[in-house]
Design a protein around this ligand. Structure first.
Ligand SMILES: C[S@@+](CC[C@H](N)C(=O)[O-])C[C@H]1O[C@@H](n2cnc3c(N)ncnc32)[C@H](O)[C@@H]1O
Length: 286
């Protein structure tokens, strides 16, 4: 599923500067509302002070960047960096409409680019650091964006085994479609799910004081107002796995649809569809 997003299940390579970015943009409000509690938790952990200069890696539509801008105030700066030109345009437009002055968005590859505003006091990312094809190179570059003593706060998904909202959807689709076997650590939502690996990546890049906090909660699949039918449409239209389903025979497509609705019916109540989820909130010192 993997537009959280890419190819943790061995699907075609995600293309954030192209299709994957467009897909995220097409469901922006739903995606952002689903991961809002994790954004809240990571922002609380980061506890930004007035005047700090912060880079938001893989900022998407800029929801967290706007929150950071509010936290650091007019003497600080929030810079959103993202690979997707469409998302950067949307993020800039949303900030303009909200009259946020101390914010900027830049389209570039966080694995290699150093924004001209560097060095930053702080680096933030909600689910934007799991897609690097060469993670050791990329994390060394993230370290270079920070001043000595600057701090990193990133959210990454814990293993898929601890994320039934993804595991069960994939298992349901697998009953009808032969999906490729996921490769450990391949770019995608679960690339940074192993704490030892993340620690090694950060230490190799020159970070110290590495700590993991755990976020456990529910994912409201398709957003807080979803029902089994709309959650199914969200998976099939908004996530990369939908491409494989669309490429299958009509009978198979109908069977997948039915099975997903049944899965979400078993996981919904008056509050909508919700399933268990787990993420790591990682911090480190440059
Ligand atoms: C799962 S989305 C999260 C978006 C946003 N952080 C949020 O929480 O709403 C991942 C984001 O990371 C961006 N991204 C992926 N690889 C990137 C890279 N190498 N450099 C910059 N951005 C990247 C994508 O374009 C996408 O916007």
């Amino acid at each position: 599923m993997n537009n959280f997003g890419g190819n943790s299940e061995g699907l075609a390579t995600h293309d954030w500067a192209g299709e994957a970015g467009t897909r995220w943009l097409g469901q922006l409000d739903r995606f952002e509302s689903m991961i809002e509690p994790i954004g809240d938790a990571l922002l609380a952990q980061a506890a930004y002070a007035s005047g700090e200069k912060v880079v938001d890696i893989g900022c998407g539509g800029g929801w967290t960047t706007r929150r950071i801008a509010a936290a650091v105030g007019n003497t600080g700066l929030a810079l959103g960096l993202d690979l997707s030109p469409d998302l950067v345009v949307t993020a800039s437009e949303r900030a303009r409409r909200a009259s946020v002055a101390n914010i900027r968005f830049v389209q570039d590859d966080a694995a290699t680019a150093i924004p001209e505003e560097a060095p930053f006091d702080r680096l933030f990312s909600r689910f934007g650091t799991m897609f690097f094809p060469e993670p050791y190179v990329a994390f060394a570059n993230l370290r270079r964006m920070l001043r000595a003593g600057g701090r990193l706060d990133i959210a990454v998904w814990a293993p898929i085994a601890d994320n039934p909202w993804q595991r069960n959807v994939m298992a349901t689709i697998r009953r009808h479609i032969d999906l490729p076997t996921p490769q450990p650590r391949e770019p995608g939502p679960f690339a940074l799910s192993e704490q030892d690996y993340v620690t090694d990546l950060l230490q190799s890049a020159g970070f110290s004081d590495i700590a993991f906090d755990t976020w456990i909660g529910d994912q409201r699949v398709g957003g807080p107002d979803s029902d089994p039918e709309s959650a199914t449409r969200f998976v099939l239209d908004g996530m990369q796995i939908g491409d494989l389903v669309r490429a299958s025979e009509e009978d198979t497509r109908a069977a997948v649809h039915r099975s997903l609705v049944e899965l979400f019916e078993r996981n919904s109540d008056a509050d909508g569809v919700h399933m268990a989820a787990k993420a790591w909130l990682v911090s480190a010192r440059a």
